[in-house]
Each structure stands twice: as structure tokens, then as C-alpha cells.
Design a protein around this ligand. Structure first.
Ligand SMILES: [Zn+2]
Length: 262
């Protein structure tokens, strides 16, 4: 009922061209989006290392010690990104981040749900956590963009009957045996405000977010398989720092899911 009222007041529109569309993405724009689609799942440290160009901690530990370099061990186990961060995708994410376009969360949520690879990961993980935002930024913007997408995913993934009735959503996915993904915004908090990562170089980024996050409820993390969700990954330093503390809190496996890899 609430959905019905909301659909009436805020009818679903294509996130790109604004045309009315129940999937939040019209067929024409879906084709445009396809050009940037990746949905690449990296499952080994070597693959992740190659993508992020992380310095391998094991091989040059002495060199790192001499140069006083940062710890760049990889703390997450898998990495899935949906798009390449360029042109249309970059524009959409910037628009989403800096102007009041919260409806784009439904479009991105739907794109993620319509993909076979991302659907498969929902079967293998227990909890999904958005990368927390600074309190100041959150107040200024009024919403955490990753949290909105994650809430959309939660609603769809956890209500299987909803999926069956709305045939437009998840058209191409046969297997719907999801785990119940619990989305939790209170497990992980950002305990201090940091500089915007995009203004810093790779080494500064690592220092900037070091010890900026804290696990509030260790019991909820212990032995859990966790999907850590963010909009854009550039050097990977934020998701890696969070993965480090989640692993220290007892997380058994971590997958980082991002909309786009810069
Ligand atoms: Zn469109």
C-alpha cells in the first residue's frame, strides 16, 4: 500500500532520461548503460592486486620498512565492480553524489539485481554494510548515497514474494535462493571526520582514513560473510582499511561491491 502511494506521488522514472519507467531505467538507456558494464568478479589476491596496483607486502617487506611505506596488505577476499568509471557512469555518480537525485539509487539497485553475477553473491554472504559517511557530510547532504542503494537491495532481496509478483524485476535470474541479507548501518561507524579522499594521493589516502572506522557490535561480525558496499573505488584504501578492522573483529570473508572502479 505504501509502495502504491509512493509510486503515485513519486512515479518511477528512468534514472538517465527521466521517462516514466517501472524499472527505473528505460530500454533505450539500458543499452547505453550496457557499454560501460563490467560486473567483473575478482576472487584472488593476485587479480585484486593487479587491479589496484597494491604493493605486495610479502615480497618487499624490507624495502617497505626502509622506505617507511604504508601497510598495503589486502584484507578483502573478493571484489566485484559493476561499471567502469567513465563518461555516462561518472556523470551519473557525480549527479547522484552532489545533487538531490536520490531516485538514482533505485536505478542502480535494479541494475545490480538484474545481473547474474551480483545475484550469485547474495547467496553466499550474510550481511551487507555500506561504507559509513562522516556525520558532517551526511547532515549536509541529507542522505548517504550508498545506504540508499543498499536499502533498495535489501527490500528486493529479502522479499521473495515481492520478486515473484513484480516480473519486471529480476527477469533474467532463475535462482532466487538468497540468504536473508541483513543490512546493518549501526555495526560500523566512522568515528572521526576525514578529508575528501579524491583530493589526496594514494599514500595520503591511506593515512587519512587510518583508524577512522570502528566496529560497534563485534558479535554481529564474528564468523560472518560480509559484503562491503561503496559507490566508487579508486585506490581501494577506504574499503581495505574497513576490511582490516572487520577481519580483526572476526569476519570470515569479505567481498567489496562497488558501482564503479575508477
Ligand atoms: Zn531512459
Amino acid at each position: 500500500m505504501l509502495d502504491f502511494v509512493l509510486n503515485f506521488l513519486f512515479p518511477p522514472v528512468c534514472g538517465i532520461c527521466g521517462k516514466l519507467d517501472t524499472n527505473w531505467l528505460c530500454d533505450k538507456c539500458r543499452k547505453r548503460l550496457k557499454e560501460y558494464e563490467k560486473f567483473e568478479l575478482l576472487q584472488t589476491k593476485e587479480e585484486i592486486n593487479k587491479l589496484f596496483n597494491f604493493k605486495n607486502a610479502e615480497t618487499n617487506i624490507i624495502e617497505k620498512f626502509i622506505n617507511n611505506e604504508q601497510d598495503m596488505n589486502i584484507y578483502f577476499d573478493e571484489f566485484l565492480y559493476c561499471f567502469e568509471y567513465k563518461k555516462l557512469i561518472r556523470n551519473l555518480l557525480l549527479k547522484y553524489k552532489f545533487s538531490d537525485c536520490a531516485y538514482l539509487s533505485n536505478m542502480f539497485g535494479n541494475v545490480i539485481l538484474n545481473n547474474k553475477k551480483s545475484n550469485e553473491i547474495f547467496e553466499k554472504y550474510d550481511i551487507m554494510i555500506p561504507v559509513p559517511m562522516d556525520k558532517i557530510k551526511m547532515l549536509r547532504r541529507g542522505y548517504n548515497q550508498t545506504e540508499l542503494i543498499i536499502k533498495y537491495l535489501e527490500k528486493k532481496v529479502n522479499s521473495k514474494s515481492d520478486l515473484d509478483s513484480k516480473i519486471d524485476i529480476i527477469k533474467n535470474v532463475e535462482n532466487k535462493n538468497y540468504n536473508t541479507i541483513i543490512i546493518n548501518n549501526n555495526i560500523l561507524i566512522k568515528n572521526r571526520n576525514t578529508k575528501t579522499q579524491s583530493t589526496l594521493n594514494a599514500d595520503e589516502r591511506i593515512k587519512n582514513i587510518e583508524n577512522a572506522f570502528e566496529v560497534k557490535d563485534i558479535e554481529k561480525i564474528k564468523n560472518k560473510r560480509i559484503i562491503l558496499f561503496d559507490d566508487i573505488a579508486t585506490t581501494g584504501s577506504t574499503v581495505n582499511e574497513i576490511s582490516k578492522i572487520l577481519k580483526a573483529a572476526g569476519a570470515s570473508k569479505i567481498l567489496v561491491l562497488v558501482i564503479a572502479k575508477d
